[in-house]
Every structure is written in structure tokens, then in C-alpha cells.
Design a protein around this ligand. Structure first.
Ligand SMILES: O=C(O)CNC(=O)[C@H](CS)NC(=O)CCC(=O)C(=O)O
Length: 274
């Protein structure tokens, strides 16, 4: 593993596939120009709209997203995380998997994850989310991408960040960088987003890369923004604020090793069998 720059991209995706992909392309190009070698797009980067519209277009979104990610990774010679897009379930026309993909710079798929924890929550601001209406829950642990250059990269999506056992799995598998691409609601995000991400970084002594959605997407759908990169001590290295853009910071193997020596909590686990 070598030191390198990672970029967590922040977007305001809308119910417009082509427009979202061209905005994503601009931000990827900007991140690559700044020297980022690992670039992450947020959950719903390709489409953020009403559930029924997403489902109706799921096949096209899935097809275009996969092709887009491969083209971008090769064109800019970067490793690219596509933070979450619908992939139709073959056996059930009413459902799609909320899928994250990692593509290496040769355009090969190196990791895939289907979101396990679905956001079925009545948020106290009056919005009701019922992700399981249109999304089929994944049943498998995320796969990890073991890269000689970039370290071991573990996947998760958005609401997963509230379930620390998933991240214990990733750290047990050797994760150095944990990805949490998200579309966190504005209401929950203001109190929960940052502390949850910092906790996952600190308790697993890992970098956290969290691309995000921000602003108003359609109707009353607002997201929190603050795409960020957090180091294994829990320090926020970069925060994209509330506008579209990116958080960019160095991932450094010496820093990882240093923190793991300074704070060897992972070696002191007692209840790790439960
Ligand atoms: O807003 C949208 O339409 C897009 N969001 C999503 O697709 C997903 C599933 S509904 N959002 C989350 O998981 C938010 C979690 C969250 O906000 C929390 O855990 O507090």
C-alpha cells in the first residue's frame, strides 16, 4: 500500500439519469485532475427521485451506471466506487437491489455489494421512508477489494452506518479504507452523520471515505451533504460542506500503522465471539 489521494464526491442528484451522469463525470474529471486515485460517488448518484420512477427505469439506470463507471475508471485511470444504484431483481419485477460497485482502472469490477439494511423509518420531520417497498435487501456481507496500491477497501451503503457489526466484519477482513456512500436525510444527518462516521473510523482504526448527496433533489427530499474523509484517529481530513463538489485527502499507510500502534483497541476485544 502506498500513500495516495482519495476523493469523496458530493452531488445533488435528481430524477434525470443523463444529467446526473454528466454531472458525475465533471466531478470525477476534477478529482482525477487533482490527483485522486480512489474516487467515490454517493448513493443514488445516477438517479434520485420517486421510488416508482426509479423502479420503472431501474433496468436502464443499472445498465448505464455500470457502463459509465467502467468508462470513467478507464478514461481517468482511477479506481471508482459507484455508491449505490438500482439493479433489478430477476425474480421480482417490483424490486431492485441497492447496489454498490468498485471498478479498477482497467475497467474490471473488483467488488460488489447489495445494501443489507433498508431505510424503513418515519423521520420526525414528517417524511416517511420505506426503502423496502422497492428495494430487495441483500443477504451477503460486502466483498472487499484487496489492492496492492490502495490497501483493502470495504463497502457499505448509507443506513448501514448505524450497524457497527457490519464494520467489525470489514475490519476483521483487513479493511484499511471503509466506504460509506450515502444520501443521508437532512434531518438525521445534522445530528448523526458525522459522529457515526467518526465512530466507525475510530473503533475500527480505519480510514472512512463517505461520498454524499446534498441539497434538494425533488419535492420535499433534502439531504445533508458533508461528504467527508476521516482518518483512523477519527479526525476529519476533508469535508465538502453543503455544495456539490468533493472532499479530498491523503490515505497514508504510515498513519494507519501509527494509529493502530497508539490505540490498539482492536487487539483488546473481549466480547468478539458474540
Ligand atoms: O433520500 C433519498 O431518496 C435517497 N435515500 C436513499 O435512497 C436511502 C434509502 S431511502 N437513504 C438512506 O439510507 C438514508 C439513511 C439515513 O438518512 C439515516 O440513517 O438517517
Amino acid at each position: 500500500m502506498k500513500p495516495y489521494l482519495a476523493a469523496a464526491i458530493q452531488m445533488t442528484s435528481r430524477p434525470d439519469l443523463e444529467k446526473n451522469l454528466s454531472e458525475a463525470e465533471e466531478l470525477i474529471e476534477l478529482a482525477a485532475r487533482k490527483g485522486a486515485e480512489l474516487i467515490g460517488l454517493p448513493e443514488n448518484f445516477a438517479f434520485l427521485g420517486k421510488e416508482e420512477d426509479k423502479l420503472a427505469q431501474a433496468e436502464e439506470i443499472a445498465h448505464r451506471s455500470e457502463k459509465f463507471l467502467k468508462t470513467m475508471a478507464q478514461r481517468f485511470q482511477i479506481t471508482l466506487l459507484g455508491g449505490g444504484f438500482p439493479v433489478p431483481v430477476e425474480t421480482n419485477a417490483q424490486k431492485a437491489y441497492n447496489t454498490a460497485l468498485v471498478i479498477d482502472k482497467d475497467g474490471n469490477e473488483v467488488a460488489r455489494y447489495r445494501k443489507v439494511h433498508l431505510f424503513d423509518v418515519n423521520v420526525p420531520d414528517g417524511n416517511t421512508y420505506l426503502e423496502s417497498n422497492t428495494v430487495m435487501a441483500g443477504e451477503d456481507f460486502p466483498s472487499l477489494y484487496v489492492s496492492e496500491d490502495l490497501g483493502t477497501i470495504g463497502l457499505s451503503i448509507c443506513y448501514d452506518v448505524r450497524f457497527p457489526e457490519l464494520y467489525r466484519y470489514l475490519s476483521a477482513k483487513g479493511a484499511d479504507v471503509i466506504c460509506v456512500p450515502a444520501a443521508f436525510t437532512a434531518y438525521t444527518g445534522k445530528d448523526h452523520w458525522k459522529p457515526l462516521l467518526q465512530a466507525r473510523a475510530i473503533e475500527n482504526t480505519c480510514y472512512v471515505m463517505a461520498p454524499a448527496q446534498t441539497g434538494n433533489h425533488y419535492a420535499r427530499r433534502y439531504t445533508h451533504g458533508h461528504a467527508m474523509i476521516i482518518d483512523p484517529w477519527g479526525a476529519i481530513l476533508a469535508d465538502a460542506g453543503e455544495s456539490p463538489g468533493m472532499a479530498i485527502a491523503e490515505i497514508n499507510p504510515s498513519r494507519l500503522e501509527q494509529v493502530r500502534q497508539q490505540m490498539p483497541s482492536l487487539q483488546h476485544r473481549v466480547f468478539d465471539k458474540y
